[in-house]
Design a binder for this molecule. Structure first.
Ligand SMILES: CC(C)(COP(=O)(O)OP(=O)(O)OC[C@H]1O[C@@H](n2cnc3c(N)ncnc32)[C@H](O)[C@@H]1OP(=O)(O)O)[C@@H](O)C(=O)NCCC(=O)NCCS
Length: 154
């Protein structure tokens, strides 16, 4: 085998406060309406399940899950632009689902912009179904955009 074709190493670990500066850069590059530093800090302080994914030791994505009463709500899931569209999102959400299964017994929920076809496709392929629309949920360039509520029964 050609030594130059060494496979990339993916790893997942709990998020740390020290990650937030790097996370904010990914967040701002990935969303039109990004979270603030305070949003990340609040999630860590609240004890939500917050994980990062690394590729060859560099931060490449993250997810945040709030769990209560047997249900999990995905609050954020993001891949750094340089790694988008290359299969890492699927690995990240699979890591989220595996982690959630230890605590969540009923279902996972999330909201996504219907215009975010890559994210919607990813969630559908992993077993989420669209179950409702929240009207005018997200800020958008021209007014507001609905949110598609998706659910995966565990
Ligand atoms: C949405 C996001 C997490 C997906 O991660 P990704 O690494 O880009 O996606 P992947 O390469 O793993 O592809 C995921 C699936 O979407 C499909 N897909 C990829 N690009 C697509 C596109 N442009 N349109 C539709 N489907 C697409 C792939 O076929 C793949 O399905 P498969 O694994 O069953 O073949 C990532 O693009 C991202 O962080 N975007 C910005 C932030 C965001 O929108 N987060 C989600 C908020 S709910």
């Amino acid at each position: 085998m050609n030594a130059l074709l060494k496979p990339l190493e993916m790893a997942f670990r709990p998020m740390r406060l020290a990650d937030i500066d790097a996370l904010i850069k990914i967040e701002r590059a990935s969303y039109p309406y990004p979270w603030t530093l305070g949003n990340f800090r609040d999630c860590l302080d609240s004890g939500y399940s917050c994980w990062v994914g690394e590729i060859d030791g560099a931060l490449a994505g993250y997810w945040i899950l709030m769990m209560a009463a047997g249900e999990g709500h995905i609050l954020n899931c993001c891949v750094a632009p340089a790694w988008q569209g290359r299969g890492f999102g699927r690995a990240l959400v699979e890591n989220l689902i595996d982690t959630a299964r230890h605590h969540v017994t009923e279902a996972l929920y999330l909201e996504v912009r219907p215009s975010n076809t890559r994210a919607v496709t990813l969630y559908q392929h992993l077993g989420f179904d669209g179950i409702a629309l929240r009207r005018n949920y997200y800020p958008a360039d021209q007014g507001r955009e609905d949110a598609l509520v998706m659910r995966m029964l565990l």
